[in-house]
Design a protein around this ligand. Sequence first.
Ligand SMILES: Nc1ncnc2c1ncn2[C@@H]1O[C@H](COP(=O)(O)OP(=O)(O)OP(=O)(O)O)[C@@H](O)[C@H]1O
Length: 290
Amino acid sequence: MASKDTTMKNDTILSVEHLSMRFGGLMAINDLSFQAKRGEITALIGPNGAGKTTVFNCITGFYKPTMGMITMHHSSGKDYLLERLDDFQITKTAKVARTFQNIRLFTGLTVLENLLVAQHNMLMKASGYTIMGLLGMPAYKRAAEEAIGKARVWLEKADLIERADDPAGDLPYGAQRRLEICRAMCTGPELLCLDEPAAGLNPKESLALNQLLKSIRDEGTSLLLIEHDMSVVMQISDHVVVLEYGQKISDGTPDHVKNDPKVIAAYLGVEDEELDEAIHEVEAVAGETK
Ligand SMILES: Nc1ncnc2c1ncn2[C@@H]1O[C@H](COP(=O)(O)OP(=O)(O)OP(=O)(O)O)[C@@H](O)[C@H]1O
């Protein structure tokens, strides 16, 4: 019999079925279906304008899809139809958190305060939506201590604990990106969606990011990410879905998609007859970066 861990790892956390999104005359996503597995890092890749951010915006409630179903399957066995929920319900109830292409921290607040703001809902609930917090009632005090404890755990994991009391805006770029991820993790998501987390990072920052993302996965949160940096995608993803012109052109392990001629053609923008040459070029580049 499979162990519980193995079973958990192989089941589906997110199903996207026949998703379409039309903007006026443009079909940005056209009948897209794919699944993300629980306990895995799934990467959504594709050339510029392929529709990756639009898929993210549909999953996280920023857009209502023109057609299709997006289902979040909780580990409790409960399912949530994301296209029917508002964005705040998607975070709070369906437990899907996201980060954006551009950093959205409260730069004037400290690193720790940014993580406490993320837990505002839980603290408000503990206060009974009254002045219990100001009066220092035990239930609120406990909740506040828990919030600080959770923030500390994430700051340790992201190697930011030394900077807890510094303004978030003073952190180097790569550290700000990691802080954003910690902030999303403080909301307790089952699925974390990251929009280009490695954009603008230097190789050292990129390595720190990879370690953080792998530790998030290994502790049981599933990840879905859009990423242009192929070294990040190939190093940390368990599963890759490739889009071109709003449609899926490949789906499988990093090795599978890396060698898929359709993917190579899409990235290099080559015609079928030029494919062999393009594949040789890609293999040569891959060999150099090993
Ligand atoms: N709000 C919108 N209104 C109209 N067209 C849009 C809108 N959002 C996206 N599009 C169009 O949909 C298509 C897919 O865009 P999208 O941003 O999803 O692609 P992407 O794969 O994320 O691209 P990139 O890698 O450049 O970020 C593009 O042609 C884009 O111009």
